[in-house]
Structures are given as structure tokens and as C-alpha cells.
Design a protein around this ligand. Structure first.
Ligand code: 5AD
Ligand code: SF4
Length: 356
């Protein structure tokens, strides 16, 4: 029997924990939730999500908005829509927002993001915790955005196994594995609260890979995590390997186990209950919160843009769905015996512990 209350686990132990059969996994989930409550209290934080643009210069093999897809309408959200979303966030007592977009590094894009930060700061009286999820950028750009109010940055490693990384991305300079690692290091160096994560249930991925991902997170001393199941998209190169995929339920429960095991290892980090979990399994975000996740990201992107931001199939929210309204989310969170952390930025405690 593995002691679930220790923080250091060997690779073999991690593999064993991830292989726990579902009908024996309740103890794992319960311990993860208990540790989350002991360390961070019973609050769950809202982050208002803005899908800023689906323009992208990259070509990740899994992604529905990859630059190489020609038959997709490309948009960029207007300043006015950013302002309204920020106003909505302020009115609903969200103290944090996240801006996500395809990766671009040209000056026009960098300036528009800078302006978006200014708009949100203006609307919130400098009181919004802003997370960016905009891919690999130069140190100068990271600094600039930080100076304009971004405090957190999410850059998923997608898989820490270099071989697997190179199967799911083109092998070229733009998509180099080292560049991704370097990005994470630069973010830490420039003082961000740094988030990463992986996709779970990718073709060619093994449970050993996932255990190594967990060890990678720990080694990199990461503050925040966004992980979720891989969901195939017909118009992407990886779709041809769909026969290799574990069934959706399996991908889902492996994702929940990843959250739970990670919570045992890193007690004080923020962990998201992601949309992909909800997409692959109805009520998936609730299961994630019951396994130690403490962040949820209601989508504030105006509905008119959403059909163009489908990273994977069956992504919900093409209309403003009931599942994403503040009242609905509050109800489910309360129903789980947790609370919404209204008005709190919800900085990851791990960041402060790391910088002590
Ligand atoms: N399935 C699940 N997650 C995906 N992402 C991109 N495409 C998919 C997919 N097909 C995730 C990646 C990326 C984030 C923006 O969305 O992890 O970092
Ligand atoms: Fe672009 Fe991100 Fe999709 Fe890769 S995952 S193609 S960087 S939007």
C-alpha cells in the first residue's frame, strides 16, 4: 500500500497510482481533495476566459486551429469586446481573467495583447489577476506583458517526453522541444507565476510517459496546472491515429487520476478543471474538483467567435450554455461542499512558497 500522504513518489509508485482501477480509486481522490482543502481551503477560483484570436503561426498536429488549416475563418477579438468581457468579469466579482490565443510573435500581435492588458486593467482599476496563454515569446515580450499587468503565464509542455512531443508536433525550429522548455525557464526568470500541463490519452502515450510528466512538473517547480484529455479533431494530422486512442472514458478517468496524484505531490499549486474534461465526460469538471482541482474557467468569449475556436471536436459553448453561467457554476461548486472565491485573485500559493 502506498502512503498517500507523502509528497515524494518514485516513478514506479506513480505508475502504480495511475494504474489504480477506477473502482479502487476513491481513496486516492478523497485524499487529494482533503489535501487541497487543508492547504488551500475550500475555495474554487473563477478565471474569465477570453479566446482572443484563432490566428496561429504553428501547426501542432492535434489542434483544430493549427495554422495549416486553410478552411477556417480567422478572427481577432475587438477592443470593445475585450472591454465588455472585462466589465462582465468585474461586475460578477471575478478577480482574474485569462487570455488565450494561437501563437504569433509579430509586433502587431504583441501590441494588441499589450492593449488588451491595458483595457482590462483600466476596467478593473488594476485589480485583475491576468493569465496569458499565448505560446513561446521572447524574454522582452514576456517582460513587456508583465509590465502591463500580466502576472501568470500558461505554457503547456503537452508531453515532457521529447520523442512523443516530436510525434505530435512538426519537427522543425518553430516547434522545437527545447524552445518550449526554454520558454518555461524564461517565464520563471521574468517573475511570472508559471503554469504548464499535458494532454492525456494521446496516441502513442503510455502510463510511463504520464508518470514522467508528473516528475517533470515537480522538477520544474511549476505553480499552476492545466491538463486535460486529448480529444481528436477530424481536420488534423493526428486524426489518422484515432484507432490507437483509449476510449473517451478511459482518457477522462486517467485525467482525473493525474490531477489527484499531482495534488498529492504538489499540495499548494493551482489546478484547473478544464473544458476538455467537461467535453469528454459530462460533469467532468465536478469530478476534477472532487479530485483536487481548484480553478474553473468560465468562457467569456463572445459567442460569435466561438465556432472558430474549436481546438477539438464537440467543444461546448457554441451558445452561452447553462453549464458555463456563473449561477450554474456556483450551484455545482456549492453542491460539492466547496465555495467560489469571489473577489479573490487566487494566486497560487506555490509561487510564494517557491520564492520564499
Ligand atoms: N485535444 C485536447 N486539447 C487540445 N489542445 C489543443 N488541441 C487539443 C486537442 N485536440 C490544448 C493544448 C494547448 C491548449 C491551448 O489546448 O494542450 O496547449
Ligand atoms: Fe497554435 Fe496552440 Fe493550436 Fe499549436 S495548440 S496550433 S500553438 S493554437
Amino acid at each position: 500500500m502506498i502512503d498517500l500522504r507523502k509528497k515524494e513518489f518514485s516513478r514506479d509508485e506513480l505508475i502504480q497510482l495511475l494504474n489504480t482501477p477506477l473502482d479502487e480509486a476513491q481513496e486516492l481522490f478523497d485524499n487529494a481533495l482533503a489535501i487541497k482543502k487543508e492547504t488551500l481551503g475550500d475555495e474554487v477560483y473563477f478565471r474569465g476566459l477570453l479566446e482572443f484570436s484563432n490566428k496561429c503561426s504553428k501547426n501542432c498536429h492535434y489542434c483544430g486551429v493549427r495554422g495549416g488549416r486553410k478552411n477556417l475563418h480567422r478572427y481577432e477579438i475587438t477592443d470593445e469586446d475585450i472591454r465588455s468581457a472585462a466589465r462582465f468579469a468585474v461586475e460578477n466579482d471575478f478577480a482574474s481573467m485569462i487570455i488565450q490565443a494561437g501563437e504569433r510573435t509579430n509586433k502587431t500581435f504583441i501590441d494588441r495583447i499589450t492593449r488588451a492588458l491595458d483595457i482590462i486593467m483600466e476596467e478593473s482599476n488594476n485589480n485583475m489577476g491576468i493569465t496569458l496563454s499565448l505560446g513561446e515569446q521572447s524574454e522582452d515580450v514576456f517582460r513587456k506583458w508583465r509590465d502591463h499587468g500580466a502576472a501568470r503565464y500558461l505554457l503547456r509542455i503537452e508531453s515532457s517526453n521529447r520523442e512523443l512531443y516530436e510525434k505530435i508536433h512538426p519537427v522543425d525550429k518553430l516547434h522545437a522541444y527545447e524552445k518550449r522548455i526554454k520558454g518555461l525557464e524564461l517565464l520563471q526568470k521574468t517573475g511570472y507565476q508559471v503554469g504548464t500541463g499535458v494532454m492525456i490519452g494521446l496516441p502513442f502515450q503510455t502510463v510511463e510517459d504520464l508518470a514522467d510528466d508528473l516528475l517533470f512538473f515537480k522538477k520544474m517547480d511549476i505553480d499552476m496546472f492545466g491538463m486535460g484529455p486529448y480529444i481528436e479533431h477530424e481536420e488534423t494530422p493526428l486524426y489518422q491515429y484515432r484507432h490507437l486512442l483509449p476510449p473517451p472514458e478511459e482518457r477522462f478517468w486517467m485525467s482525473i487520476k493525474m490531477i489527484a496524484v499531482l495534488r498529492l505531490m504538489v499540495n499548494d499549486a493551482n489546478m484547473a478543471a478544464t473544458t476538455a474534461m467537461q467535453t469528454i465526460y459530462p460533469g467532468g469538471r465536478e469530478k476534477a474538483m472532487l479530485a483536487g482541482a481548484n480553478v474553473i474557467m468560465p468562457n467569456l468569449t463572445p459567442v460569435k467567435y466561438r465556432e472558430d475556436y474549436l481546438l477539438y471536436e464537440n467543444k461546448p459553448g457554441l451558445e452561452q450554455e447553462k453549464e458555463d453561467t456563473v449561477s450554474y457554476l456556483e450551484e455545482i461548486i456549492t453542491g460539492l461542499g466547496l465555495k467560489v472565491g469571489y473577489g479573490k485573485k487566487g494566486d497560487p500559493l506555490h509561487f510564494f512558497n517557491r520564492n520564499k
